[in-house]
Structures are given as structure tokens and as C-alpha cells.
Design a protein around this ligand. Structure first.
Ligand SMILES: C[S@@+](CC[C@H](N)C(=O)[O-])C[C@H]1O[C@@H](n2cnc3c(N)ncnc32)[C@H](O)[C@@H]1O
Length: 414
């Protein structure tokens, strides 16, 4: 017989899990997401489950299974690696007419756990009708394909459900389309209008439906300040006309991205707005070149600095004296054209001339380029190599860690 699919509403209901190994570690977080009152019975448990018990999120009885443990349960999961114990748990659940899942024997289970996942406001579940013979990876692969389709918008669920309203300010990550968040991608797929920035992951726009209006905010004229006013007006105007607007930005919207200005403009106009954080280029781009912004024993702090105006410029609010005197990693954005002035300032305030510097242009994109230099040499190096924005400049000893990683990488073949 085919199984009968149900969605169990477990909030506040007792679920007994017997066994605290790998299977329980996978099942329990999902049970907690559903609000279940989890009782875990196992002499030893995985570290993640111990943490959940210590945080009071589950009750853990650190002992073996005993008859009577399933009393009061709505659902029982037998997850030990001992078939005899699992059989005893299953028999107890069966006797009291409680649904039970046996991790070791699908054929002896009263219920099966589907491969499941969530996309927006739907949860999907996929069950092989014969998990005794079927490959569980098959169900998982179908689940992944459906989720990926919903997330990219290739599988559209637009009809018959609530259409989102207002504006979503979405951090698109540093450029590689794979580095947007799942939530960002879902909201992008639902948009009627997309306002995109120059540094946003534009290849994602290709996946949008033909009827989605795409506005290139980078092409809005009138200079920087005015352009922002026009962007704000466009966000508000489209949303007030009943369209769901995605504002696709590079990196994280709140890191030198003027995202909060857009949020304020929407709220002042009474337009509902949401923000989806993104992978900021300040951290993601160094990582893409193997530069860790912190490293034990090397750098305990990192400073992210906008150099859209040079040191000494009256509009600059950066304390270069403090940065020159610190030993932390410096991550400089919008610095390429002013790198000479920055290096002079850092040297003046105490950084050593041979401090390692990495400049990473077009980070995470196929055109990514990295040059390594020192504080003393970086200006001429950038000029000689013809490095152009967008680029991230990293100053500090963490750059040497990247050198060590890349050297080791040469000996490790995939
Ligand atoms: C106006 S800021 C926006 C930062 C963005 N909100 C973020 O969180 O990454 C633009 C600067 O970010 C840096 N940047 C953004 N994307 C980059 C990339 N793919 N490679 C290198 N630098 C990048 C450059 O320094 C660029 O001049």
C-alpha cells in the first residue's frame, strides 16, 4: 500500500527519541522547528544534542531505554544502533497506538520520514513508496530539485497563494550568483519589479520571468545623492502601485550599501519593507582568495573601512591614527584609487613598511585577480598590474596565512 502523507502539527506535543547518534542529531532539530516537546533517551549523545539539552531545548534522560518511556508520546523515533532496542521501542509504541519510525528498518516502521524542505510558505515532502528497496538519495534528490526550482523561480507557485507586498532589500553577495542567500533568491523569484545595482549578481536576472520589469539603478542619472532619491522614489512608487519590488544589491545591504536609507524611505511612505542580509564583500572576497580576516594567534580583530574619500579629506571620518597603531586586519573598500594616500597614512601612524597587503579585484567572479604586495610597495604594484575597482584591499599578517594555504593547495588535487 502507498503511505498516506500527513503533516504532523507537533507544537507542544511529546515526541520520544531513543538513541542519541547521527540519526537523532538530524531528526531532533527538525522536530524542534515543529515545536515538539522532545524527550531524548540515550546513555550517550552527540555533542550537538548535549548542547540542546544544556540549553533546555530538549529533555535528555542519560540512560538506556526502559519500558514505559513511550508513555504519553504522540510520536516515537527509535534511532539506536541496536536492532533489539529499536524493536522493543517499536513494540511499545505499537501497543499504545502511537506512530513510530524505526531508523534501522523501514519495513518494521509504522511511519516513514520524508525528505523534506521549505521554500517560502510551503513545505514539501518526498517519500519513496518503497523505502525498503528505494534509494533514500532518490527522494532527497527530487526534494532538492523541487526546492531549487522554487527558489530560482523556474518552478512557479505564483498562482493560488498570497503574493508578497512592498519592498525586499536583498543582499546579493559579492558577485558569484551562488552566494546569494536562499531567502534572497526566493524573494527575487517572486518580484514584479527588480531594481538592481552595478555590483549585484546580475547573472541571476537571466532567470527571471519575461514579465518582470528590471530597472538598472546604476544607470539612474543625476549624481550620487540625487540618484539615491530617485531609487527611493522608484521603490516606493512601484510598491504603492501594488507591485512586489526586489531591490537587489551587492554584498550586504547595510554595509556601505545605503540599504537603511532605502528602508527608511519605504517606511516613511508607509510601504512594508523587509531586509535580507547578504555575504558582504568585506569578508567574502578575502575568503575567496583564501585570506581569513581573523586567524588565531595572528589577528584578533578586523576593521572594515570605506575609503570613498581619501585620508585628510574633510568628509573623512576615519581615525587613521587608530588604524595605523592597531595590529588588527584592515579591510578597505573603495580604496583602489586612493591606495597611495592610505598606505602613507598607515605608515605614518606606525604600521611597518613590510606589512603584507593583498588586493583582490572582481572577487568571486570568473575574472577575479589577486595581487600580493607590502604597504610600502602596494601603490606602484596596483598601478603596474592595472588593478581596477571593484577591489578589496586587505592589510595585515593574515595575508601570509593565505600564502600558506595556497602553497598547500598546490599539493592537494581535487
Ligand atoms: C559601495 S561598496 C558596497 C559594499 C557592499 N554593500 C558589500 O557589503 O559588499 C562597493 C565596494 O565594495 C567592494 N566590492 C564589492 N563587490 C566586490 C567584488 N566582487 N570584488 C571586490 N570588491 C568588491 C569594492 O571595494 C567596491 O568598491
Amino acid at each position: 500500500m502507498d503511505p498516506y502523507l500527513l503533516g504532523l502539527r507537533l507544537e507542544g506535543r511529546r515526541v520520544v527519541v531513543v538513541g542519541g547518534g547521527a540519526v537523532a542529531s538530524r531528526r531532533i532539530p527538525a522536530l524542534l522547528d515543529a515545536g515538539a516537546d522532545v524527550l531524548l533517551v540515550s546513555p550517550k549523545v552527540a555533542a550537538s544534542l548535549e548542547d540542546l539539552a544544556a540549553a533546555g531545548r530538549i529533555r535528555w534522560e542519560p540512560r538506556g531505554y526502559r519500558p514505559g518511556d513511550c508513555a504519553g508520546a504522540w510520536l516515537v523515533c527509535a534511532c539506536t544502533d541496536d536492532p533489539e532496542v529499536n524493536a522493543a521501542v517499536a513494540a511499545a509504541a505499537e501497543a499504545q497506538r502511537t506512530w513510530y519510525v524505526r531508523a534501522d528498518d523501514a519495513g518494521a516502521s509504522a511511519a516513514w520520514t520524508p525528505a523534506s524542505g521549505r521554500a517560502g510558505d510551503v513545505r514539501i515532502g518526498v517519500l519513496s513508496v518503497d523505502p525498503k528497496r528505494g534509494d533514500p538519495r532518490h527522494s532527497a534528490a527530487i526534494r532538492d530539485a523541487v526546492l531549487a526550482g522554487l527558489q530560482s523561480g523556474q518552478l512557479s507557485a505564483r498562482h493560488g497563494r498570497r503574493h508578497p507586498a512592498g519592498v525586499a532589500i536583498i543582499g546579493g553577495g559579492p558577485g558569484d550568483p551562488g552566494l546569494i542567500t536562499v531567502r534572497g533568491r526566493q524573494l527575487l523569484a517572486e518580484a514584479d519589479v527588480v531594481l538592481t545595482d552595478r555590483l549585484a549578481p546580475r547573472s541571476l536576472l537571466d532567470e527571471l520571468r519575461d514579465d518582470v520589469e528590471i530597472i538598472d539603478a546604476g544607470k539612474i542619472p543625476y549624481g550620487r545623492a540625487m540618484a539615491q532619491e530617485h531609487i527611493n522614489a522608484a521603490l516606493v512608487g512601484h510598491a504603492q502601485a501594488g507591485r512586489f519590488v526586489a531591490r537587489l544589491k551587492g554584498g550586504d545591504p547595510f554595509v556601505f550599501g545605503r540599504g537603511a536609507e532605502e528602508v527608511l524611505a519605504c517606511l516613511r511612505a508607509g510601504v512594508p519593507v523587509t531586509v535580507v542580509p547578504g555575504v558582504t564583500s568585506a569578508v567574502g572576497v578575502p575568503a575567496s582568495a583564501w585570506v581569513p580576516v581573523t586567524h588565531r594567534g595572528v589577528a584578533q580583530e578586523f576593521h572594515v573601512v570605506s575609503v570613498h574619500v581619501a585620508p585628510g579629506d574633510e568628509r573623512s571620518t576615519v581615525n587613521w591614527e587608530l588604524l595605523g597603531g592597531s595590529t588588527g586586519t584592515l579591510v578597505l573598500l573603495m580604496a583602489v584609487e586612493r591606495i597611495g594616500a592610505v598606505a602613507d597614512e598607515l605608515l605614518r601612524y606606525g604600521r611597518s613598511p613590510d606589512t603584507p597587503v593583498s588586493v583582490i579585484a572582481d572577487g568571486t567572479l570568473p575574472t577575479q585577480r589577486t595581487i600580493n604586495s607590502t604597504l610600502e610597495q602596494v601603490e606602484s604594484c596596483v598601478a603596474e598590474e592595472g588593478i581596477r575597482p571593484p577591489a578589496i584591499v586587505v592589510v595585515g599578517d593574515v595575508v601570509s596565512v593565505a600564502a600558506e594555504i595556497t602553497e598547500l593547495m598546490r599539493h592537494v588535487t581535487a
